[in-house]
Design a protein around this ligand. Structure first.
Ligand SMILES: [Zn+2]
Length: 170
């Protein structure tokens, strides 16, 4: 069996932007301090694609860029370098954000009861909203009934627990 090792910097780039990001990330690891043009020729990607990818990775602090003068041509170019030591922090941050979103969503589900006429094409309403429309679906006129969201809440809780446990390990 072939074990495929992939650098975590390359992996996270792939998660962010797919195949093009993977190619740029590998090129960055293969030649430190490469310019946009060097990366474009190493990857075979268009210069605009390479730049868009680099600026995105730069914005996420996963790479650094140093502005230097191109001695041959006289103008300034950026030399890019992967910040592999930032990858773990970036991943932790993403996980924390995802967990926060999930917890908020769970709080919302726990704080609100939802009412519906039962038709999938019609909307759901909170208790407060349902009072205002006299528990009558504005779309079809049917009576609104309490939706049992305990399955949804259980699913959210399970996911939160799973994420917390995974974060404890790292
Ligand atoms: Zn309805």
């Amino acid at each position: 069996m072939k074990i495929e090792y992939e650098d975590s910097f390359v992996k996270i780039s792939g998660v962010l932007g797919g195949e093009e990001y993977i190619r740029v990330a590998r090129a960055l690891l293969n030649s430190e301090n490469a310019t946009d043009e060097e990366i474009a020729s190493a990857t075979g990607l268009k210069i605009n694609t390479v730049r868009k990818t680099l600026y995105d990775l730069f914005g996420k602090s996963l790479i650094t860029g140093v502005r230097v003068r191109d001695l041959k041509r006289g103008w300034f170019v950026y030399r890019w370098r992967a910040q592999r030591d930032q990858v773990d922090g970036f991943i932790d941050n993403q996980k924390k954000k995802a967990l926060e979103r999930l917890t908020k969503r769970l709080d919302y589900e726990e704080a609100h009861e939802f009412y519906s006429c039962g038709k999938p094409e019609c909307q759901k309403y909170t208790f407060e909203e349902s009072i205002e429309i006299f528990f009558k679906c504005p779309d079809c006129g049917e009576t609104l009934n309490l939706i049992d969201n305990s399955h949804l809440k259980e699913a959210f809780k399970w996911k939160v627990r799973q994420m917390l446990e995974e974060m404890k390990k790292t």
